[in-house]
Structure formats: structure tokens, C-alpha cells
Design a protein around this ligand. Structure first.
Ligand code: AMP
Length: 305
């Protein structure tokens, strides 16, 4: 089954203590759609300006991502710039220019409206709801969010949550939205706000998954070389949603969600090995499956003798 992905498409500038690069392909939808495309056909929704390279459309085409829902308008593409500290975890946003994103009101092409799976990648919750309202009863809705919306668009987020099947957010956001210090309490409290399932990402420490009386905790893939953590969360969400849409015949169970968490983690682990989407541009399914198998071996605490 296919997956509709809506979110930001950006040109980023990223600085780490050792390198700085500009005009990089970025944005939540760019990462999420590319990650998801390994598992399912993707229909992308977004907006870009006249400065956005045509070659990126060719790249998405090569990944079989449908870009009929990506609008190109006069003006500049959304731009974001961030700088990382030595731990490559702490990040400061240096600048954000909404540009063409400022008046973005996505209108779904007719061919997108019956898509079964939806990933509302990180954008304003009012836009996420606006996209959902144009769809004809999707079977499973995944949403991602960020601290900015918890602080500045809380009401919109609370309107969205009952329409979401799986909410993905990071640990600090889970604590912030629930005002709870315990992530276990926070996960349960977010479920009471609407989503049937909640995935809490803990960066290099893995992820937690909450369902009806069900719980799963996974580690992260241990990496020696991290170059740019930008987009890891979006890639995780894309890998998870793509796996759910593409490989399980549309049947979402807790067992499938556990596997989806691992695929999401595998994709995110590749993402951070290079700047922007560079590592995802030449990643193969064999490499993904090898790392998935390595994850399986690493997680066994009673291995066969
Ligand atoms: P992450 O590292 O998962 O937080 O995602 C980083 C990506 O999010 C970058 O490529 C940015 O272009 C994009 N981004 C930054 N701020 C926003 C925002 N307010 N809305 C949507 N996307 C954003």
C-alpha cells in the first residue's frame, strides 16, 4: 500500500564543530519520504520555490516517489540553519526563513485522496489537520511533531491528536507536552490525548513504544561515526511509516509496530552517517536488511548456544 507524506521541504545549512555545508536538501518531508520509499510507494506533498534544484525531483523520481503533490512557486524555498555542539546532540537553530512556506495551504491532487497510510511529518499541526481533512478515511495515520508546536500551537495539536493512530515524538517533547518527568507516565498520558500508539524517541538511547496494555523498548544502533544528526527523527518516522504501509498488507499489529521501530532506527542510523540525505541517496535494501539482522542479534539476551 502507498503512503502519503506531507511536511517541509527545505534547503538547509548545517554546522558541526568540524564541518559546515550549505544549500543542502532538507526538511521533514524530504527525509521521511526518502526513508519510506525503501518499503512502499510514496506520494509526497510540499512546496518549493524557484531556487529549488530540479535534480532533487529527479532523485525522488529515481526512488519512485510521486511528486505530483509538490508545488513549485515563485520565491525562495524554506530555509533552515542549525549548529551542533561537540556532543552532536545539542543543537541551536541559527536561522529560519519560511519563504514560500509562509502561505502554504496544501491541496491534495485527486490521485492522493484515497491513500491508505499517511505520515504527517513535522509541520504546523493546523496544516497536518488540513491535509487529513482532504483524505477519504485513511486506514492508519502517523504524525510527528516538535517542541515549537507544543509551545506555540498547543490547541491545534490537541485537535489533531484524536485523529492520529501513532504519534512519534522525542523524549523532551513527551515530557513537555504532559508535564511529567517519567517517560512511562508521559507515554500513557499522550495515549489519553488521542493516539492509540505512541513512540518516544530517545536519540542515541533508542525508543519506547506504547499501545493498549503493550509496551516495547529498543536500543539504538551503536554508531562510531556520526557526521550530521539532522533529519534523524524524520527518517525514523519515514522508515516506520513506510514499513507499516508497504510490507504488512495494511494490518497494523503491535508485533509489526515493534519491527517498524527497528526499521525506523536502522534508517536513522544510516542518515546520520553523512550530511543531509547523502547516505540515503545510495543506500541499498541489502544494507538495511544487514543492519536489521545485526540489531536482532544485539537485542537477544538469551542467545541460542
Ligand atoms: P530534525 O533533525 O529531525 O529535527 O529535522 C531537521 C529538519 O527539519 C531540517 O531539515 C529542517 O529543514 C526542518 N525544519 C526545521 N524547522 C522546521 C519547522 N519549523 N517546520 C518544519 N520543518 C522544520
Amino acid at each position: 500500500m502507498s503512503l502519503l507524506v506531507v511536511g517541509s521541504i527545505a534547503l538547509d545549512t548545517v554546522k558541526t564543530p568540524v564541518e559546515e555545508h550549505g544549500d543542502l536538501l532538507g526538511g521533514s518531508a524530504s527525509y521521511a519520504a526518502t526513508a519510506a520509499s525503501y518499503f512502499s510507494p510514496v506520494k509526497l506533498v510540499g512546496i518549493v520555490g524557484s531556487d529549488f534544484p530540479q535534480s532533487e525531483f529527479e532523485f525522488w523520481k529515481s526512488r519512485k516517489i510521486d511528486t505530483a503533490g509538490v508545488k513549485r512557486v515563485g520565491g525562495k524555498t524554506f530555509r533552515w540553519s542549525g549548529e551542533y555542539a561537540w556532543d552532536l546532540n545539542t543543537r541551536e537553530t541559527r536561522s529560519v526563513a519560511l519563504n514560500v512556506f509562509e502561505n502554504f495551504q496544501p491541496v491534495l491532487p485527486e490521485s492522493y485522496r484515497q491513500t491508505d497510510f499517511v505520515l504527517l511529518a513535522n509541520i504546523a499541526p493546523s496544516l497536518q489537520t488540513h491535509v487529513l481533512e482532504q483524505m477519504e478515511r485513511p486506514r492508519f495515520v502517523v504524525a510527528d511533531t516538535m517542541d515549537l508546536w507544543i509551545q506555540s500551537a498547543r490547541d491545534d495539536l490537541e485537535t489533531l491528536l484524536p485523529k492520529v493512530d501513532l504519534l512519534i515524538l522525542n523524549d523532551s517533547e513527551a515530557r513537555e507536552i504532559t508535564e511529567k518527568t517519567s517517560l512511562i507516565r508521559a507515554g500513557r498520558a499522550i495515549r489519553r490525548m488521542g493516539p492509540r500508539y505512541v513512540a518516544i524517541k530517545k536519540g542515541e538511547h533508542g525508543a519506547l513504544l506504547f499501545g493498549d496494555d503493550e509496551f516495547f523498548s529498543s536500543g539504538a544502533y551503536p554508531l562510531e561515526d556520526i557526521h550530521d544528526p539532522t533529519g534523524a527523527g524524520d527518517t525514523f518516522a519515514g522508515g516506520m511509516a513506510g514499513y507499516l504501509a508497504g510490507t504488512i498488507g495494511g494490518k497494523v499489529t503491535f508485533t509489526n509496530l515493534r519491527k517498524a521501530i527497528i526499521y525506523g532506527s536502522v534508517l536513522a542510523s544510516f542518515c546520520v552517517e553523512a550530511f543531509s540525505l547523502e547516505r540515503l541517496r545510495n543506500l541499498t535494501m541489502d544494507e538495511i536488511n544487514q543492519r536489521y539482522e545485526a540489531f536482532k542479534l544485539m537485542s537477544q539476551f538469551e542467545p541460542a548456544e
